[in-house]
Write a protein that binds this ligand. Structure first.
Ligand code: PMP
Length: 401
Protein backbone atom coordinates (compact mmCIF):
# COMPACT_ATOMS: atom_id res chain seq x y z
CA UNK A 1 0.00 0.00 0.00
CA UNK A 2 1.18 3.55 -0.64
CA UNK A 3 2.62 5.45 2.34
CA UNK A 4 -0.11 8.10 2.47
CA UNK A 5 -2.97 5.64 2.05
CA UNK A 6 -1.49 3.50 4.81
CA UNK A 7 -1.14 6.50 7.09
CA UNK A 8 -4.76 7.55 6.68
CA UNK A 9 -6.54 4.22 6.41
CA UNK A 10 -7.15 4.34 10.15
CA UNK A 11 -9.18 7.49 9.71
CA UNK A 12 -12.54 5.81 9.36
CA UNK A 13 -14.93 7.91 11.47
CA UNK A 14 -16.89 8.95 8.36
CA UNK A 15 -17.22 5.31 7.29
CA UNK A 16 -18.45 4.35 10.77
CA UNK A 17 -21.10 7.08 10.62
CA UNK A 18 -22.11 5.98 7.11
CA UNK A 19 -22.51 2.41 8.32
CA UNK A 20 -24.72 3.69 11.17
CA UNK A 21 -26.77 5.69 8.64
CA UNK A 22 -26.07 9.07 10.31
CA UNK A 23 -23.32 10.54 8.13
CA UNK A 24 -24.60 14.06 7.41
CA UNK A 25 -22.01 15.63 5.09
CA UNK A 26 -21.61 16.23 1.34
CA UNK A 27 -25.29 15.58 0.67
CA UNK A 28 -25.99 16.09 -3.03
CA UNK A 29 -28.65 18.72 -3.67
CA UNK A 30 -30.14 18.51 -7.13
CA UNK A 31 -31.72 21.97 -7.30
CA UNK A 32 -30.97 25.63 -6.59
CA UNK A 33 -30.41 26.88 -3.04
CA UNK A 34 -34.03 27.85 -2.36
CA UNK A 35 -36.28 27.51 0.65
CA UNK A 36 -37.13 24.07 -0.73
CA UNK A 37 -34.47 21.90 -2.38
CA UNK A 38 -34.39 18.46 -3.97
CA UNK A 39 -32.44 15.67 -2.27
CA UNK A 40 -32.73 12.02 -3.35
CA UNK A 41 -35.60 12.97 -5.62
CA UNK A 42 -37.58 14.41 -2.71
CA UNK A 43 -38.57 17.98 -1.77
CA UNK A 44 -36.80 19.05 1.42
CA UNK A 45 -37.31 22.33 3.31
CA UNK A 46 -33.97 24.10 3.53
CA UNK A 47 -33.22 25.48 6.99
CA UNK A 48 -29.46 25.13 6.73
CA UNK A 49 -28.53 27.77 4.21
CA UNK A 50 -26.60 31.03 4.54
CA UNK A 51 -28.59 32.60 1.74
CA UNK A 52 -30.26 34.90 4.26
CA UNK A 53 -31.94 37.11 1.67
CA UNK A 54 -32.88 34.10 -0.44
CA UNK A 55 -31.22 35.56 -3.54
CA UNK A 56 -29.12 32.62 -4.82
CA UNK A 57 -31.64 31.68 -7.46
CA UNK A 58 -32.99 35.15 -8.24
CA UNK A 59 -33.75 35.68 -11.96
CA UNK A 60 -32.16 39.17 -12.13
CA UNK A 61 -28.96 37.91 -10.55
CA UNK A 62 -28.81 34.92 -12.86
CA UNK A 63 -29.34 37.20 -15.82
CA UNK A 64 -26.48 39.47 -14.68
CA UNK A 65 -24.22 36.43 -14.31
CA UNK A 66 -25.12 35.11 -17.77
CA UNK A 67 -24.48 38.50 -19.36
CA UNK A 68 -21.07 38.69 -17.66
CA UNK A 69 -20.15 35.25 -18.98
CA UNK A 70 -21.23 36.28 -22.46
CA UNK A 71 -19.04 39.38 -22.33
CA UNK A 72 -16.00 38.22 -20.33
CA UNK A 73 -16.08 34.40 -20.46
CA UNK A 74 -15.92 32.08 -17.48
CA UNK A 75 -12.56 32.83 -15.90
CA UNK A 76 -10.04 35.63 -15.52
CA UNK A 77 -7.20 33.11 -15.77
CA UNK A 78 -4.96 34.97 -13.40
CA UNK A 79 -4.58 37.04 -10.26
CA UNK A 80 -6.00 40.51 -9.70
CA UNK A 81 -2.40 41.66 -9.40
CA UNK A 82 -1.49 40.77 -12.98
CA UNK A 83 -3.92 39.84 -15.77
CA UNK A 84 -7.01 39.12 -13.65
CA UNK A 85 -8.51 42.58 -13.02
CA UNK A 86 -11.66 43.43 -15.00
CA UNK A 87 -13.44 46.77 -15.07
CA UNK A 88 -16.31 45.09 -13.20
CA UNK A 89 -13.99 44.15 -10.31
CA UNK A 90 -13.13 47.83 -9.86
CA UNK A 91 -16.77 48.90 -10.14
CA UNK A 92 -17.79 46.32 -7.55
CA UNK A 93 -15.07 47.47 -5.16
CA UNK A 94 -16.26 51.04 -5.43
CA UNK A 95 -19.83 49.92 -4.75
CA UNK A 96 -18.76 47.87 -1.72
CA UNK A 97 -16.71 50.70 -0.20
CA UNK A 98 -19.70 53.00 -0.53
CA UNK A 99 -22.05 50.34 0.84
CA UNK A 100 -20.11 49.91 4.08
CA UNK A 101 -18.97 53.52 4.38
CA UNK A 102 -15.22 53.13 3.88
CA UNK A 103 -12.65 54.77 1.53
CA UNK A 104 -11.83 51.69 -0.51
CA UNK A 105 -12.38 47.95 -0.77
CA UNK A 106 -10.56 45.05 -2.37
CA UNK A 107 -12.12 41.72 -3.39
CA UNK A 108 -10.64 38.29 -2.76
CA UNK A 109 -11.84 35.07 -4.39
CA UNK A 110 -13.39 33.76 -1.18
CA UNK A 111 -14.23 35.19 2.21
CA UNK A 112 -11.78 32.73 3.74
CA UNK A 113 -9.01 34.21 1.63
CA UNK A 114 -10.05 37.76 2.54
CA UNK A 115 -9.47 36.98 6.22
CA UNK A 116 -6.37 34.90 5.56
CA UNK A 117 -4.74 37.52 3.34
CA UNK A 118 -5.70 40.55 5.39
CA UNK A 119 -4.81 39.35 8.87
CA UNK A 120 -1.56 37.68 7.86
CA UNK A 121 -0.39 40.79 5.99
CA UNK A 122 -1.32 43.36 8.63
CA UNK A 123 0.17 41.80 11.76
CA UNK A 124 3.68 40.51 12.24
CA UNK A 125 6.11 39.20 14.81
CA UNK A 126 5.99 40.98 18.19
CA UNK A 127 2.55 42.37 17.45
CA UNK A 128 -0.80 41.27 18.85
CA UNK A 129 -4.00 39.77 17.52
CA UNK A 130 -6.92 39.70 19.92
CA UNK A 131 -9.54 37.17 18.86
CA UNK A 132 -12.94 36.18 20.20
CA UNK A 133 -12.89 32.46 21.11
CA UNK A 134 -15.75 31.89 18.62
CA UNK A 135 -14.17 33.74 15.68
CA UNK A 136 -14.42 31.97 12.34
CA UNK A 137 -11.76 29.42 11.32
CA UNK A 138 -10.48 31.72 8.54
CA UNK A 139 -9.62 34.37 11.15
CA UNK A 140 -7.75 31.78 13.18
CA UNK A 141 -5.84 30.54 10.12
CA UNK A 142 -4.94 34.09 9.08
CA UNK A 143 -3.69 34.76 12.59
CA UNK A 144 -1.51 31.66 12.58
CA UNK A 145 0.10 32.76 9.33
CA UNK A 146 0.78 36.23 10.70
CA UNK A 147 3.35 35.15 13.31
CA UNK A 148 1.78 37.71 15.69
CA UNK A 149 1.06 36.80 19.29
CA UNK A 150 -2.53 35.50 19.45
CA UNK A 151 -4.57 36.37 22.53
CA UNK A 152 -8.01 34.75 22.63
CA UNK A 153 -10.67 36.25 24.84
CA UNK A 154 -13.86 34.56 26.08
CA UNK A 155 -16.78 34.82 23.70
CA UNK A 156 -18.21 38.35 23.58
CA UNK A 157 -16.85 38.88 27.10
CA UNK A 158 -15.58 42.40 27.44
CA UNK A 159 -13.86 41.91 30.80
CA UNK A 160 -11.92 39.07 29.20
CA UNK A 161 -10.99 41.26 26.20
CA UNK A 162 -9.78 44.02 28.52
CA UNK A 163 -7.69 41.56 30.53
CA UNK A 164 -5.95 40.50 27.29
CA UNK A 165 -5.43 44.09 26.14
CA UNK A 166 -3.74 44.78 29.46
CA UNK A 167 -1.20 42.05 28.68
CA UNK A 168 -0.05 43.79 25.47
CA UNK A 169 2.97 46.07 25.36
CA UNK A 170 1.42 49.54 24.99
CA UNK A 171 3.42 50.75 22.00
CA UNK A 172 2.96 47.61 19.90
CA UNK A 173 0.44 47.14 17.09
CA UNK A 174 -2.76 45.45 18.35
CA UNK A 175 -5.57 44.28 16.09
CA UNK A 176 -8.87 43.07 17.54
CA UNK A 177 -10.76 40.79 15.12
CA UNK A 178 -14.36 39.74 15.76
CA UNK A 179 -17.33 38.34 13.87
CA UNK A 180 -20.22 40.82 13.62
CA UNK A 181 -22.82 38.06 13.91
CA UNK A 182 -21.28 34.84 15.18
CA UNK A 183 -21.77 32.12 12.60
CA UNK A 184 -22.84 29.31 14.91
CA UNK A 185 -24.17 31.09 18.01
CA UNK A 186 -26.18 33.72 16.12
CA UNK A 187 -25.44 36.45 18.66
CA UNK A 188 -24.30 39.97 17.76
CA UNK A 189 -20.91 41.25 18.88
CA UNK A 190 -20.86 43.89 21.63
CA UNK A 191 -19.43 46.48 19.29
CA UNK A 192 -19.96 49.62 21.41
CA UNK A 193 -17.93 48.16 24.26
CA UNK A 194 -15.20 46.85 21.93
CA UNK A 195 -14.91 50.31 20.39
CA UNK A 196 -14.54 51.83 23.86
CA UNK A 197 -11.78 49.34 24.75
CA UNK A 198 -10.07 49.77 21.41
CA UNK A 199 -9.82 53.52 22.05
CA UNK A 200 -8.66 53.03 25.63
CA UNK A 201 -5.85 50.66 24.64
CA UNK A 202 -4.95 52.22 21.32
CA UNK A 203 -5.83 49.14 19.29
CA UNK A 204 -7.32 48.70 15.81
CA UNK A 205 -10.52 46.81 15.01
CA UNK A 206 -11.61 44.51 12.20
CA UNK A 207 -15.17 43.14 11.97
CA UNK A 208 -16.01 40.05 9.91
CA UNK A 209 -19.50 40.74 8.56
CA UNK A 210 -19.94 37.46 6.68
CA UNK A 211 -23.26 36.80 8.42
CA UNK A 212 -24.22 40.41 9.07
CA UNK A 213 -24.41 41.86 5.56
CA UNK A 214 -27.98 41.59 4.35
CA UNK A 215 -29.12 40.83 7.90
CA UNK A 216 -28.46 43.87 10.12
CA UNK A 217 -27.67 47.55 9.66
CA UNK A 218 -29.29 50.09 7.37
CA UNK A 219 -30.57 48.13 4.33
CA UNK A 220 -28.28 45.24 5.32
CA UNK A 221 -25.06 47.26 5.58
CA UNK A 222 -23.84 45.15 8.50
CA UNK A 223 -22.73 45.43 12.11
CA UNK A 224 -20.99 48.82 12.07
CA UNK A 225 -24.06 50.40 10.51
CA UNK A 226 -26.33 48.56 12.98
CA UNK A 227 -24.51 50.23 15.89
CA UNK A 228 -23.86 53.49 14.04
CA UNK A 229 -20.13 52.99 14.59
CA UNK A 230 -18.81 52.79 11.04
CA UNK A 231 -16.14 55.41 11.61
CA UNK A 232 -14.84 53.57 14.69
CA UNK A 233 -14.27 50.25 12.92
CA UNK A 234 -11.00 50.23 10.96
CA UNK A 235 -11.68 47.28 8.69
CA UNK A 236 -14.93 45.71 7.54
CA UNK A 237 -14.74 42.28 5.95
CA UNK A 238 -17.62 40.56 4.15
CA UNK A 239 -18.34 37.49 2.07
CA UNK A 240 -20.44 37.11 -1.04
CA UNK A 241 -21.33 33.49 -0.32
CA UNK A 242 -24.18 34.24 2.05
CA UNK A 243 -26.67 37.10 1.55
CA UNK A 244 -25.01 38.23 -1.67
CA UNK A 245 -25.72 35.10 -3.72
CA UNK A 246 -22.24 34.48 -5.07
CA UNK A 247 -18.74 33.58 -3.94
CA UNK A 248 -15.84 35.81 -2.94
CA UNK A 249 -15.06 38.23 -0.17
CA UNK A 250 -13.87 41.76 0.46
CA UNK A 251 -12.10 43.95 2.93
CA UNK A 252 -12.87 47.65 3.21
CA UNK A 253 -11.01 50.37 5.10
CA UNK A 254 -8.83 53.48 4.81
CA UNK A 255 -7.18 53.89 1.42
CA UNK A 256 -3.66 53.56 2.90
CA UNK A 257 -4.48 50.15 4.40
CA UNK A 258 -6.17 48.86 1.26
CA UNK A 259 -3.20 50.05 -0.80
CA UNK A 260 -0.90 48.05 1.47
CA UNK A 261 -3.09 44.94 1.24
CA UNK A 262 -3.32 45.17 -2.55
CA UNK A 263 0.43 44.84 -2.72
CA UNK A 264 1.12 42.52 0.22
CA UNK A 265 -1.79 40.13 0.84
CA UNK A 266 -0.51 36.85 -0.54
CA UNK A 267 -3.98 35.24 -0.70
CA UNK A 268 -4.87 38.02 -3.15
CA UNK A 269 -1.68 38.25 -5.18
CA UNK A 270 -1.04 34.54 -5.60
CA UNK A 271 -4.58 33.38 -6.34
CA UNK A 272 -6.81 33.84 -9.39
CA UNK A 273 -9.42 36.58 -9.25
CA UNK A 274 -13.18 36.25 -8.83
CA UNK A 275 -14.72 35.02 -12.09
CA UNK A 276 -16.91 37.46 -14.06
CA UNK A 277 -20.22 35.74 -13.29
CA UNK A 278 -19.53 35.89 -9.55
CA UNK A 279 -18.64 39.59 -9.70
CA UNK A 280 -21.77 40.45 -11.65
CA UNK A 281 -23.94 38.39 -9.28
CA UNK A 282 -22.70 40.27 -6.22
CA UNK A 283 -23.33 43.61 -7.84
CA UNK A 284 -26.89 42.65 -8.82
CA UNK A 285 -27.53 41.20 -5.35
CA UNK A 286 -26.46 44.46 -3.68
CA UNK A 287 -28.90 46.39 -5.87
CA UNK A 288 -31.74 44.06 -4.83
CA UNK A 289 -30.73 44.26 -1.17
CA UNK A 290 -30.81 48.06 -1.28
CA UNK A 291 -33.97 48.36 -3.35
CA UNK A 292 -36.08 45.67 -1.67
CA UNK A 293 -35.87 46.28 2.10
CA UNK A 294 -39.02 44.18 2.54
CA UNK A 295 -36.83 41.07 2.18
CA UNK A 296 -34.84 41.90 5.30
CA UNK A 297 -38.03 42.84 7.10
CA UNK A 298 -39.62 39.46 6.32
CA UNK A 299 -36.41 37.72 7.41
CA UNK A 300 -36.68 39.46 10.79
CA UNK A 301 -40.40 38.75 11.16
CA UNK A 302 -39.65 35.07 10.60
CA UNK A 303 -36.71 35.27 12.98
CA UNK A 304 -38.81 36.62 15.84
CA UNK A 305 -41.54 34.05 15.15
CA UNK A 306 -39.06 31.14 15.11
CA UNK A 307 -37.25 32.25 18.27
CA UNK A 308 -40.56 32.50 20.07
CA UNK A 309 -41.68 29.06 18.89
CA UNK A 310 -38.46 27.29 19.90
CA UNK A 311 -38.15 29.05 23.23
CA UNK A 312 -41.75 28.39 24.23
CA UNK A 313 -41.21 24.70 23.41
CA UNK A 314 -38.31 24.71 25.87
CA UNK A 315 -35.55 24.39 23.27
CA UNK A 316 -32.29 26.03 24.27
CA UNK A 317 -31.37 28.68 21.68
CA UNK A 318 -28.52 30.18 23.68
CA UNK A 319 -27.90 33.88 23.13
CA UNK A 320 -28.99 34.01 19.51
CA UNK A 321 -30.83 37.14 18.42
CA UNK A 322 -30.65 36.65 14.65
CA UNK A 323 -31.79 34.35 11.78
CA UNK A 324 -29.02 31.96 12.84
CA UNK A 325 -30.67 29.94 15.59
CA UNK A 326 -28.60 27.30 17.41
CA UNK A 327 -30.79 24.58 18.89
CA UNK A 328 -28.52 23.24 21.61
CA UNK A 329 -28.51 19.48 22.08
CA UNK A 330 -25.11 19.21 23.82
CA UNK A 331 -24.57 15.63 22.64
CA UNK A 332 -22.77 14.82 19.35
CA UNK A 333 -24.53 11.51 18.69
CA UNK A 334 -27.98 12.95 19.34
CA UNK A 335 -27.21 15.83 16.97
CA UNK A 336 -26.29 13.41 14.18
CA UNK A 337 -29.39 11.32 14.82
CA UNK A 338 -31.60 14.41 14.83
CA UNK A 339 -30.18 15.60 11.52
CA UNK A 340 -30.97 12.20 10.02
CA UNK A 341 -34.48 11.99 11.46
CA UNK A 342 -35.24 15.50 10.26
CA UNK A 343 -33.91 14.86 6.77
CA UNK A 344 -36.13 11.79 6.55
CA UNK A 345 -38.99 14.08 7.59
CA UNK A 346 -38.10 16.54 4.81
CA UNK A 347 -36.22 19.15 6.87
CA UNK A 348 -32.59 20.09 6.13
CA UNK A 349 -30.68 21.49 9.12
CA UNK A 350 -26.96 21.58 9.87
CA UNK A 351 -25.53 19.33 12.57
CA UNK A 352 -22.68 21.07 14.40
CA UNK A 353 -20.57 18.80 16.58
CA UNK A 354 -17.09 18.68 18.07
CA UNK A 355 -14.44 19.64 17.13
CA UNK A 356 -16.26 22.47 15.27
CA UNK A 357 -17.74 23.41 18.65
CA UNK A 358 -17.01 22.00 22.10
CA UNK A 359 -18.90 18.78 22.94
CA UNK A 360 -21.05 20.76 25.38
CA UNK A 361 -22.17 23.06 22.60
CA UNK A 362 -23.19 20.43 20.02
CA UNK A 363 -26.22 21.82 18.23
CA UNK A 364 -28.55 21.82 15.30
CA UNK A 365 -27.91 25.06 13.42
CA UNK A 366 -31.21 26.32 12.10
CA UNK A 367 -31.06 29.28 9.74
CA UNK A 368 -33.71 31.33 7.99
CA UNK A 369 -34.04 32.83 4.53
CA UNK A 370 -36.18 35.78 3.46
CA UNK A 371 -37.91 33.45 1.02
CA UNK A 372 -39.28 31.09 3.67
CA UNK A 373 -43.01 31.21 4.29
CA UNK A 374 -44.67 30.97 7.69
CA UNK A 375 -46.20 27.68 6.53
CA UNK A 376 -42.76 26.21 5.83
CA UNK A 377 -41.49 27.49 9.16
CA UNK A 378 -44.46 25.99 11.05
CA UNK A 379 -43.85 22.58 9.47
CA UNK A 380 -40.14 22.67 10.37
CA UNK A 381 -40.64 23.89 13.93
CA UNK A 382 -43.28 21.26 14.62
CA UNK A 383 -41.09 18.43 13.30
CA UNK A 384 -38.04 19.67 15.16
CA UNK A 385 -39.87 19.93 18.46
CA UNK A 386 -41.23 16.42 17.98
CA UNK A 387 -37.78 15.01 17.15
CA UNK A 388 -36.21 16.74 20.15
CA UNK A 389 -38.84 15.15 22.40
CA UNK A 390 -38.34 11.76 20.76
CA UNK A 391 -34.61 11.87 21.51
CA UNK A 392 -35.18 13.29 24.96
CA UNK A 393 -33.05 16.42 24.45
CA UNK A 394 -32.65 18.30 27.72
CA UNK A 395 -34.82 21.40 27.65
CA UNK A 396 -33.66 25.00 28.09
CA UNK A 397 -33.04 26.16 31.67
CA UNK A 398 -31.84 22.71 32.71
CA UNK A 399 -28.34 23.55 31.64
CA UNK A 400 -25.92 23.73 34.52
CA UNK A 401 -23.71 26.80 33.92
N1 PMP B 1 -16.11 34.43 8.01
C1 PMP B 1 -17.17 33.85 8.56
C2 PMP B 1 -17.69 34.38 9.86
C3 PMP B 1 -17.77 32.75 7.93
O1 PMP B 1 -18.82 32.15 8.50
C4 PMP B 1 -17.24 32.29 6.70
C5 PMP B 1 -17.87 31.14 5.94
N2 PMP B 1 -18.60 30.25 6.62
C6 PMP B 1 -16.13 32.93 6.17
C7 PMP B 1 -15.59 34.00 6.84
C8 PMP B 1 -15.53 32.45 4.89
O2 PMP B 1 -16.29 32.87 3.82
P1 PMP B 1 -16.36 32.11 2.42
O3 PMP B 1 -17.33 31.01 2.56
O4 PMP B 1 -16.79 33.19 1.51
O5 PMP B 1 -14.98 31.64 2.12
Amino acid sequence: MKILSERYEQYDIPQQLMAAGIYPYFRAIKSGQDSEVTINGKGVLMFGSNSYLGLSNHPKIKEAAIKAIEKYGTSCSGSRFLNGTLDIHLELEEKLAKLVGKDEAICFSTGFQANLGTISALCGRNEYLLLDSQDHASIIEGSRLSLAKILKFAHNDMASLESKLMLCEPDKNKLIVVDGIFSMEGDIVNLPEIVRLKEKYNASLMVDDAHAIGVIGQNGRGTSSHFNLTQDVDLIMGTFSKSLASIGGFIAGDKEVINFLKHNARALIFSASMPPASVASVSAAIDIMLNEPERMKHLWDLTKYAHQAFISAGIDTGKSETPIIPLYVRDDMKVLKLARILLDEGIFVNPVISPAVSKDDAMIRFSLMATHTYEQLDVAVEKIIRAFKELDVAPRFQRIE
